[in-house]
Write a protein that binds this ligand. Structure first.
Ligand code: CAA
Length: 379
């Protein structure tokens, strides 16, 4: 057993950390305030190869692994959770299913430009009436000659409106529940596709979240992803890995909040000494650091398992559950340590606290993670 990161992983961490500090952090608060996605940041990530970390070079990637990808999401989220999730949804939710289930042609046509950052990817599963019960979707896909006709809508789509390529799920056989769903690759300029309402959110405000609408949207049969009727499995397997990307985001958010808290606690003097040297705050910092380290280990373990081709669904649900709860707890403590200042926008910890909340909700609520884990440990 070896807990030391490889030279390649350390190099990627350093590169992303420098990039995050120099290019992402300076505008993070402003983009949050303005709810503004910055395409230039995404383009710079592409130049560094971050938009295709785990994909082989033949598909435009840099041929690294899921651990490197998690490290990148963590380092970005340490300064800006919105930028972290943009990369996470692009890679885990859109790139992964195309890499895993796509034909050679689909990989060249869609994965390659995504890996190179020329195109952005997104994933559409959730609907107004089906969130946790993903099997209960309503969107339909009807076969008509050489194309499917999609009707319905999806909500809460990360990268909605900025994405060019959407991996979406629809019912192709209403007589079956899970086995009647199919995955499709939909381009944003397909006729009948449109972007609906953009959500105004508590956190991750510079990551756009929108509705997407299909009105007799024509999707060529060659854009079926995987087998017809296999869509639910594609959706679930995609989320298995996606959840670990969210765990990495949560680790980054928590670490960012801890970094800020340590700096502040060392400087802030009350009762004649820095508050870091007072046990009430020192113990908080100790607990925060410990739970972050445990979250990081769970996250890296799941990423390592996936990179080795070993089962990782349970570990990924565990990492998301633990790291998401840790991020919420740590960021709340960070605001407490900053006191009144923490409650203002003069310091970043209120943003970290707002951003942390979503990690307990998306890619399966914490309650769904517990359901997944309990089913796996009892089967
Ligand atoms: N891998 C492969 N197959 C799987 C699977 C997995 N992880 N999970 C389930 N399946 C298969 C089952 O084996 C079963 O197959 P058979 O019919 O052949 O036996 C079939 O799928 C149905 O499985 P279940 O009976 O377990 O299905 P369920 O209806 O009870 O649902 C669930 C299971 C885990 C609750 C699932 O609905 C779920 O994960 N819900 C949460 C959805 C979610 O995470 N949404 C987030 C949306 S994405 C997001 O947040 C967006 C973003 O942009 C960031």
């Amino acid at each position: 057993m070896n807990f030391q990161l490889s030279e390649e992983h350390e190099m990627i961490r350093k590169m992303v950390r420098d990039f995050a500090r120099n290019e992402v952090a300076p505008t993070a608060a402003e983009r949050d305030e303005e709810e503004r996605f910055d395409r230039e940041i995404f383009d710079k990530m592409a130049e560094l190869g971050l938009t295709g970390i785990p994909w082989p070079e033949e598909y435009g990637g840099i041929g690294s692994d899921y651990l490197a990808y998690c490290i990148a999401v963590e380092e970005l989220s340490r300064v800006c959770a919105s930028t972290g999730v943009t990369l996470s949804a692009h890679t885990s939710l859109a790139g992964w299913p195309i890499y895993t289930f796509g034909t050679e042609e689909q990989k060249q046509k869609y994965l390659r430009p995504m890996a190179q950052g020329e195109k952005i990817g997104a994933y559409g599963l959730t609907e107004p009436g089906s969130g946790s019960d993903a099997g209960g979707m309503r969107t339909t896909a009807r076969l008509e000659g050489d194309h499917y006709v999609l009707n319905g809508s999806k909500i809460f789509i990360t990268n909605g409106g900025i994405a060019d390529i959407y991996v979406v799920f629809a019912i192709t056989d209403a007589s079956q529940k899970h086995k009647g769903q199919t995955a499709f690759i939909v381009e944003s300029d397909f006729p009948g596709f449109s972007v609906g309402k953009k959500e105004k959110k508590l956190g991750i405000r510079s990551s756009p979240t929108t509705e997407i609408i299909f009105e007799d949207c024509k999707v060529p049969v060659e854009n079926v992803l995987g087998q017809v009727g296999e869509g639910f499995k594609v959706a679930m397997m995609t989320l298995d890995g996606g959840r670990n990307g969210i765990a990495a985001q949560a680790v980054g958010i928590a670490q960012g909040a801890l970094d800020a808290s340590i700096d502040y606690a060392k400087e802030r003097v009350q009762f004649g000494k820095p508050i870091a040297a007072q046990q009430g705050i020192g113990f908080k910092l100790a607990d925060m650091a410990t739970s972050i380290e445990a979250s990081r280990l769970l996250t890296y373990q799941a990423a390592w398992l996936e990179s080795k081709g070993l089962p990782y669904g349970k570990e990924s649900a565990m990492s998301k559950l633990f790291a998401g709860d840790t991020a919420m707890k740590v960021t709340t403590e960070a605001v407490q340590i900053f006191g009144g200042y923490g409650y203002t926008k003069d310091y970043p910890v209120e943003r970290y606290m707002r951003d942390a909340k979503i990690t307990q909700i998306y890619e399966g609520t914490q309650e769904i993670q517990r359901l997944v884990i309990s089913r796996m440990v009892t089967k």
